[in-house]
Design a protein around this ligand. Structure first.
Ligand code: GDP
Length: 326
C-alpha cells in the first residue's frame, strides 16, 4: 500500500487530494496545526466513516515552524509521497502579515526540504507553487520558463519556495516537483477568496438576507479552474518518471465581471444591481495579465482542465444555496 503525507490537509486542496488518494487505495497521513478549535469541516465526512478515519486516514499535530515534530512524523510514517500544500494562502492578507507569510510559505518549505535531505528513504515531494510568482510578466500566457517577478509578499514567498525546490532537485537529486497552480476554486474555497465570497453573497441575496455584496477592484482578471482537477494534476506529477515543474491552468483569462455575471445568472439576477465597492478590499499591488500555458502538463502528463467558468460558478452558487452555513 502506498503511503502519502499531506501538509495542509484541512485546506481546500488537501481535502480533495485526501479523497483522491483514499480512492486510489493510499494510506493518507495529514499534518494539522494545533488549535483550540478542532473544526475541520472539509474532512468531516471522512471522519464520520469508521472504515477510513484511524484506519486509512491519520492526522498528526505539527506546525511548519516545528521541525523536530515534522522530522519525527516523517521518520515514523515513512511516506512514499509528500504533498506540501500548507501555508498562508491569501494574497491580500500577505500585505498585512508578510513576516508570518514568509515564515510558513518560504522558510516552512526550506525546513521541510532540509528534513527530507537527511532521511534514509526520501519521499517523492510536491510543492504547490502559484501563478503569483510571475507577478507582472512580460509574456502572456506564462509557462514554466517565464521569469519569476513577484509583486506581492505571498508571491515573493512562493518564489523562494519554488526556486528552493528546484535547487534541491538539481543539487541533491530530490524527486521534487512544483505544481505552478493558477487560481483554482470550489465550494470548499475559503470564504475570503473572491469567487467564494461571490457565490456565498449570491446565495445570501437569493435568500433575501441582504441585497448587496461589497468587493474591491472589479478590473481583476484571473485564470480560474476547478480545484479537484488541480489536485489530480499534482498526483500525476509524482507518478511521472522524472521530477519537474508544471503549470496547471485553464489557459483562459476571465474578468471578475465575467465571474459575477455567471454567478448571478444562476439565480436570474443582474450583478450590477447588487455590487458595491470598498477601497478596503483593494490591494496595494496587483498581479497583471496572469494566464497560464498548461501545454507541458497536457503533453507530458495528459492533464487538462475541464471545467469552464460558467460551470464553476454554477457548482459554487448551487452549493451555497443548498448549504448556507458551510
Ligand atoms: P488571488 O488571485 O489568490 O489573490 O485570489 P482572490 O480570490 O483573493 O482575488 C482575486 C482577485 O479579485 C484579486 O485581483 C482581488 O483584488 C480581486 N478582488 C476584488 N474584490 C475582492 C474581494 O472583496 N476579496 C478578494 N479576496 N478579492 C477581491
Amino acid at each position: 500500500m502506498i503511503t502519502a503525507l499531506i501538509t495542509g490537509i484541512t485546506g481546500q486542496d488537501g481535502s480533495y487530494l485526501t479523497e483522491l488518494l483514499l480512492d486510489k487505495g493510499y494510506q493518507v497521513h495529514g499534518l494539522v496545526r494545533r488549535h483550540s478549535s478542532t473544526k475541520r469541516r472539509r474532512l468531516d465526512h471522512l471522519f464520520a466513516d469508521p472504515s477510513i478515519y484511524g484506519r486509512r486516514l491519520h492526522l498528526h499535530y505539527a506546525d511548519l515552524d516545528d521541525p523536530t515534530t515534522i522530522r519525527r512524523v516523517l521518520t515514523t510514517v515513512e511516506p512514499d509521497e509528500l504533498y506540501h500544500l500548507a501555508g498562508q494562502s491569501h494574497v491580500g492578507a500577505s500585505f498585512e502579515i508578510p513576516e508570518s507569510t514568509c515564515d510558513t510559505t518560504a522558510m516552512g518549505t526550506l525546513r521541510l526540504l532540509e528534513i527530507i535531505r537527511d532521511l534514509p528513504k526520501r519521499p517523492r515531494m510536491l510543492q504547490t507553487s502559484s501563478s503569483e510568482i510571475f507577478g507582472r510578466p512580460d509574456t502572456t500566457p506564462q509557462s514554466e520558463a517565464t521569469p519569476h517577478r513577484p509583486v506581492t509578499p505571498y508571491g515573493v514567498a512562493k518564489t523562494f519556495a519554488t526556486d528552493m525546490v528546484r535547487v534541491y532537485r538539481e543539487s541533491f537529486d530530490f524527486f521534487a516537483c512544483n505544481a505552478i497552480c493558477y487560481n483554482h476554486e470550489s465550494p470548499r474555497r475559503g470564504e475570503s477568496f473572491v469567487t467564494r465570497k461571490i457565490s456565498r453573497g449570491v446565495a445570501a441575496i437569493a435568500r433575501g438576507e441582504t441585497d448587496h455584496l461589497t468587493l474591491g477592484s472589479l478590473d481583476a482578471r484571473r485564470d480560474w479552474g476547478f480545484a479537484p482537477e488541480y489536485v489530480a494534476g499534482m498526483w500525476q506529477m509524482l507518478q511521472h518518471d522524472t521530477p519537474d515543474d508544471y503549470v496547471l491552468a485553464t489557459g483562459r483569462s476571465h474578468s471578475l465581471q465575467d465571474f459575477l455575471e455567471a454567478a448571478f445568472a444562476v439565480v436570474d439576477r443582474d450583478y450590477r444591481d447588487h455590487i458595491r465597492t470598498d477601497p478596503r478590499f483593494v490591494r496595494p499591488a496587483e498581479v497583471h495579465h496572469l494566464v497560464g500555458d498548461p501545454s507541458k502538463a497536457v503533453a507530458e502528463l495528459g492533464w487538462r482542465a475541464q471545467t469552464g467558468l460558467q460551470e464553476l460558478a454554477r457548482i459554487m452558487v448551487e452549493h451555497d444555496l443548498q448549504h448556507p452555513s458551510l
